[in-house]
Design a protein around this ligand. Structure first.
Ligand code: DAH
Length: 340
């Protein structure tokens, strides 16, 4: 018995480990239920009574030594693991911080504002929750106009006088009511219409309204202003054309097309082989609208225009599906690099 104890003691003292797993293996071999020390304790029964005190002591020593040795080794490996965690390589390059990019609609809206600011237009703002007067009545839109239909307009609560604005033309009214000419401003903002959401229609979108009121403002001024805008936005070679149209708040009214940016007017599937892309409505502010806003239509005249920001963005970046603008999928958004 004494010899076996001695042998095991030597084995324990001589043991070296190369990993924490190795220490655990050793613990199982020595101290577990079927381990060598436990085996010796089991055999203790057969030790002669006069030897028991001495052998018992030796056995206890052996067990304590084994336990100490294992604890020491474990601590050593745990220390090494801790140190590994702490060792930071300061020479490594820092991780990239992903800064967001501007939303394409914001990029285009900012660019529109920047282009018009160069020729003296300010930027103005108005409420998205409107009353009937600002969204419709003051803009010469009669009560039976289809735009007022429940199908097109979101009405707020039970009150038919409160709507989500369907157009930023409502801001024109606020401005004219609050300021006497000269007025030269654009009003970017979100508008709402009760449309089923699809690739080509959405219940919310963005417009930029333009308004210029002064003495002797003519249609030629309108045309020149819009031509300047089209060339700044889409390139020097861009051509424009104005087609007669109808809007309740302008007289005369027109729609403006630009030469197709893809085929330069030759005809392709983007412009449906017409060579032209429609980008906005415009016209001379109807004298009745000026009068509604307490501006003397005998002294002042002006023009207005309105364009969809999604439409301009679609042409500029060739994004066909309107829904992409509202999904906020970063894989889509990060393709747009901020210039402004
Ligand atoms: N408000 C019109 C719309 O939502 C766009 C528009 C057309 C605005 C002609 C104007 C304008 O100022 O003169 O379709």
């Amino acid at each position: 018995m004494k010899e076996r104890i001695e042998e095991l003691l030597n084995e324990i003292e001589a043991f070296t480990a190369n990993s924490i797993e190795h220490v655990e293996e050793f613990r199982i071999k020595i101290l577990s239920k079927k381990g060598k020390v436990t085996e010796l304790f089991d055999d203790f029964k057969s030790v002669a009574p006069e030897m028991r005190k001495e052998v018992g002591q030796k056995l206890n020593d052996l067990k304590n030594k084994a336990q100490d040795k294992i604890n020491q080794l474990k601590e050593k490996f745990e220390d090494v693991a801790d140190k590994k965690d702490e060792s930071i390589d300061l020479t490594l390059p820092a991780e990239n911080i992903a800064v967001g990019s501007r939303h394409p609609l914001s990029l285009v809206r900012n660019q529109i504002a920047e282009i018009f600011s160069r020729i003296g237009f300010t930027v103005s703002d108005g409420p998205e929750i409107e009353d009937d007067w600002h969204n419709f009545t003051a803009l010469n839109t009669p009560a039976d106009h289809p735009a007022r239909d429940m199908q097109d307009t979101f009405y707020i609560s039970e009150n038919p006088d409160v709507v989500l604005r369907t157009q930023t033309s409502s801001v024109q009214v606020h401005i004219m009511e609050g300021t006497q000419p000269p007025i030269r401003t654009i009003s970017p903002g979100r508008v709402y219409r009760n449309e089923a959401i699809s690739a080509r229609a959405h219940c919310q979108f963005h417009q930029v309204e333009g308004l210029y009121i002064d003495k002797k403002v003519s249609f030629a001024d309108l045309k020149q202003t819009l031509m300047y805008f089209a060339k700044e936005m889409f390139g020097e070679e861009t051509k424009i054309r104005l087609r007669p149209s109808y809007f309740p708040f302008t007289e005369i009214s027109a729609e403006m097309d630009i030469s197709c940016t893809l085929c330069e007017g030759k005809g392709c599937n983007v412009c449906k082989y017409s060579g032209w892309l429609e980008i906005m409505g415009c016209g001379m502010v109807d004298p009745a609208v000026l009068e509604n806003c307490k501006i003397d239509s005998k002294v002042y005249s002006g023009f207005a225009f309105g364009m969809g920001v999604e439409r301009i963005t679609q042409i500029k970046y060739r994004v066909k599906d309107l829904r992409l603008y509202f999904e906020n999928d970063v894989r889509f958004l990060k393709q747009f690099k901020s210039v402004i």
